[in-house]
Design a protein around this ligand. Structure first.
Ligand SMILES: [Zn+2]
Ligand SMILES: [Zn+2]
Ligand SMILES: [Zn+2]
Length: 328
């Protein structure tokens, strides 16, 4: 069973998931995983995964399965959130929760060739599974994610999203919440709402906008062409999105991803949803959003060592390229 271990110095959590363990010689460069041919694809309908699908979530274009190597498992442990001391020294806890894969049935699509309606269907399934996972009292936070390309951690080429539910609050979300709460304490407003106002007024980094959402190159980007997508109306919880809001989310995601594809020609990337921990009901200072992180460069020693990222593309230029206003 996977285990959550806490960095005794920083308080950050890691998941140790020995089910994935390999011999040292099996750790190969990510490139080599992209070999799966359609014939032996584990995710194609009719294959081994499809047989284990959650029957209620089998739609025309999508099915859902449990992850074969879950980082977080549902095993009926009560008080899964309680920390225990290991070796009379370190702090750990069982890595409880849930980990599902949302599989797009058509092998030949990729995130850049999704139709608007397929994008919407994917977000609808994410929302449905989110609401299902939230019912588990042991769960404290849930994160839907998408990996595209081996450089972005996609080990299987067949298009699929994932959704993680766990008993902890993600390190990044925890830090965002602390900062947002501090900002709210000083300024009396949500920092995300303020960012939106600023970006929409400046119009320098905005790459897409519709009735409900704005997408912009993030001011303090950690990755070249990093884009944040935010609902314009303050809301702390993704799962509460109305059908029409989800429709506009799908639309702006298709548009933003389309611009990335046009400019960068099938870049490897991740996107993930940051939303309020499920242990809280509502927040005036936290505002859910999607972060899109193209993976065009690897982090070197300085980035890993310092946590200070050197981004070689300035976000204002990134927006210029994505909007077709900057050519060289
Ligand atoms: Zn396939
Ligand atoms: Zn807000
Ligand atoms: Zn975030």
């Amino acid at each position: 069973m996977p285990q959550l271990r806490q960095n005794i110095i920083t308080g950050d959590w890691v998941v140790i998931a020995p089910e994935r363990a390999k011999r040292p010689q099996d750790f190969v460069t990510p490139k080599s995983v992209e070999v799966s041919k359609k014939e032996d694809c584990p995710f194609c309908p009719g294959g081994p995964s499809y047989k284990t699908r959650i029957k209620s979530e089998d739609t025309k274009n999508i099915y859902v399965i449990q992850n074969k190597f879950p980082a977080f498992v549902e095993d009926g442990i009560k008080n899964g959130r309680s920390i225990y001391v290991e070796d009379e020294f370190y702090r750990a806890r069982p890595s409880i929760g849930d980990h599902e894969v949302i599989v797009i049935k058509n092998h030949n699509l990729n995130i850049f060739s999704f139709s608007n309606s397929l994008m919407l269907e994917m977000f609808q399934v994410m929302q449905k599974r989110f609401i299902h996972m939230k019912k588990d009292e042991e769960v404290a936070s849930i994160m839907p994610i998408y990996n595209h390309g081996s450089e972005a951690g996609a080990s299987i080429i067949h298009p699929h999203a994932q959704i993680f539910a766990s008993g902890i609050v993600a390190n990044t979300v925890g830090r965002e919440m602390e900062g947002a709460e501090r900002y709210f304490g000083i300024n009396g407003v949500c920092v995300f709402c303020d960012i939106l106002h600023h970006e929409r007024r400046q119009k320098v980094r905005v790459v897409a906008e519709n009735k409900d959402f704005a997408a912009f190159a993030f001011y303090a980007a950690r990755f070249p062409f990093e884009i944040w997508v935010m609902p314009k109306k303050h809301d702390s919880q993704f799962e509460n999105s109305s059908p029409s809001l989800l429709k506009n989310l799908a639309e702006i995601m298709t548009e933003a991803l389309g611009k990335l594809n046009k400019t960068l020609k099938n870049p490897p990337l991740n996107f993930y949803i940051h939303t309020l921990p499920t242990t809280l009901e509502h927040s005036n200072y936290y505002h859910w959003h999607v972060e899109i992180t193209p993976r065009l460069s690897l982090y070197g020693g300085f980035e890993i060592g310092s946590g200070v990222i050197i981004d070689v593309m300035n976000p204002e230029d990134a927006a210029g390229y994505l909007n077709g206003k900057k050519k060289d």
